[in-house]
Ligand binder design. Structure first.
Ligand code: PMP
Ligand code: GLN
Length: 379
C-alpha cells in the first residue's frame, strides 16, 4: 500500500526535543513554557475530576466555556457573536486547524499558505486531497508580497491560511496587510483560516489585529485559538475555533468524527479561569516581553544577528557571521557541542531560501535563558 503522505518524516519539534533530551541540552527548540499553569487552573481541574465531571462534554463544547470565550472576544475585539452557534471547543488548535482545513478543502482545491509555515497546515491540506500553494516570506522582515499572492490565485484557489502573530518569524500582520487580504478574499470569493494562537503575546504595544474584529473578513473565516499558549498548558491540548454559523455547522460535522468532544474537566477549569482571573491574559504580553528582553540582552555581545520579535514566544537569530553550514547542520552542532537546542528555519519552507536563521523559544525561566545565552555567546 502506498503512503498517504510520502514526503513527510517526523516533525522537527519531535526530532529536536529528542536530540535535546539525548544530549542533555537546554531545550529552546520546541515551543512550550518551562513554567507551570496557573494554580487556580490546576486546582479546578483536580476539583472537577474529583467531583465526577468525567464523562463526554457536548460535541461543540460546554455552553459556559463557549460563553466565556465569546465574552473574552467581545472585550478584546468588540465581537458580538452567539457563542452557541459560532464557538467550537477543540482538542488544541491543531485539531481546529485540521478540521477547518478538511471543512474547506475539496479534492483538487488549492490553499495558499505562507512560508515559513507552521508544519501542520500542509499535511492536513494533502489529506483532504488539496494542494498547498506556498508564498515565501523572507528574512529579515518576512513581509507578505501581496502581488505574488494575487498572482498565485487560480480558479482552484479555495482559501488562504494566515498566522498572526507568526510562528516562526515572530512578525505580526499590519493593517495594510489586512486591507490587501480583504481585497483579494472578497474579489476572488475565498475562505480564510486565521491561526491566532499567539493573539495575547505582542510586544511594545504592537496591536494584535484579529480577523474577529473585521465583520467582512469574519463572514468567511475560521479563527483559531489555543489555551495551551495562553495558560501555559500546552499538554492539555485545548483550543477552539470561532466561525460564522454556516461555516461552524460544516466544521462541527467533521469535528464530531475526529474527536467528538474535548476533555470535560479541562473545559470546566478553563471556564473558571477565564471568569475569575481575566488579568492572567492581560499580563501575558508584558510577561513575555520581559523574557524576550532577557534573552536579547544576554545575546547582545554575541556574533548572532538578532531579528526583531514583535510577538509569539520565539526569537530568530541569523548566524551567518558565525558559520556557513546549513541550518539543520548548525542546529545539530548546537545541540551536540554547545548544549542548546534550536529549530532550523529551512524546514518551514517548500523552497528554503538558503539563509542562515534559527528559532529560539524564550518561554523559559530567566536563568535558563541566561544559561543558554552564555553557551551561545562565545561562538
Ligand atoms: N499554530 C501555531 C502557529 C502554533 O505555534 C501551534 C503550537 N505550537 C499550534 C498552532 C498548535 O496549538 P495547540 O498546541 O493548541 O494544538
Ligand atoms: N507549536 C510548537 C512550536 O512551534 C510545537 C508544537 C508541536 O510540538 N507540535 O514549537
Amino acid at each position: 500500500h502506498s503512503s498517504k503522505l510520502p514526503n513527510l518524516g517526523t516533525s522537527i519539534f519531535t526530532t529536536m526535543t529528542g536530540l535535546a533530551n539525548r544530549y542533555k541540552a537546554i531545550n529552546l527548540s520546541q515551543g512550550f513554557p518551562e513554567f507551570d499553569a496557573p494554580v487556580l487552573l490546576k486546582q479546578r481541574l483536580a476539583k472537577y475530576c474529583e467531583q465526577g465531571f468525567n464523562q463526554y462534554a457536548p460535541s461543540c463544547g460546554l455552553a459556559p466555556l463557549q460563553a466565556q470565550i465569546a465574552s473574552l472576544t467581545g472585550r478584546i475585539y468588540g465581537t458580538d457573536i452567539n457563542p452557541l452557534d459560532t464557538v467550537t471547543v477543540t482538542s488544541g488548535a491543531t485539531e481546529a486547524l485540521f478540521v477547518a482545513i478538511q471543512t474547506i478543502t475539496h479534492p483538487g482545491d488549492e490553499i495558499i499558505i505562507f512560508d515559513p509555515a507552521y508544519d501542520s497546515y500542509e499535511p492536513a491540506i494533502e489529506l483532504a486531497g488539496g494542494r498547498a500553494v506556498h508564498i515565501a516570506m523572507l528574512a529579515p522582515d518576512y513581509a507578505i508580497n501581496w502581488p505574488l499572492v494575487e498572482a498565485a490565485i487560480t480558479e482552484k484557489t479555495r482559501g488562504i491560511i494566515i498566522n498572526t502573530p507568526h510562528n516562526p518569524s515572530a512578525k505580526t500582520l499590519k493593517q495594510a496587510d489586512f486591507d490587501k487580504l480583504k481585497e483579494l478574499v472578497l474579489k476572488h470569493d475565498l475562505l480564510l483560516i486565521s491561526d491566532e494562537v499567539y493573539e495575547h503575546i505582542t510586544f511594545e504595544g504592537t496591536p494584535h489585529i484579529s480577523v474577529l474584529s473585521d465583520a467582512e473578513l469574519f463572514a468567511r473565516a475560521f479563527v483559531i485559538a489555543s489555551f495551551g499558549k495562553t495558560f501555559h498548558c500546552t499538554g492539555w491540548k485545548m483550543g477552539y475555533c470561532i466561525a460564522p454559523e454556516k461555516l461552524t455547522q460544516e466544521f462541527r460535522k467533521i469535528h464530531q468524527y475526529v474527536t467528538f468532544s474535548s476533555f470535560t474537566p479541562a473545559q470546566l477549569a478553563l471556564t473558571d479561569m477565564l471568569a475569575e482571573e481575566p488579568e492572567h491574559i492581560t499580563a501575558l504580553a508584558p510577561f513575555y516581553q520581559h523574557k524576550r528582553d532577557v534573552l536579547v540582552n544576554a545575546l547582545q555581545a554575541s556574533r548572532f544577528t538578532i531579528l526583531p520579535s514583535e510577538g509569539t514566544y520565539f526569537l530568530l537569530l541569523d548566524y551567518s557571521a558565525i558559520s556557513q553550514i546549513d541550518d539543520m547542520a548548525f542546529c545539530e552542532y548546537l545541540v551536540k557541542e554547545i548544549g542548546v537546542a534550536a529549530i532550523p528555519l529551512s524546514v518551514f519552507y517548500q523552497t528554503p531560501p538558503g539563509d542562515k536563521v534559527i528559532r529560539l523559544c524564550f518561554a523559559k525561566e530567566d536563568v535558563t535563558l541566561q544559561q543558554a545565552a552564555e553557551r551561545l555567546s562565545p561562538l
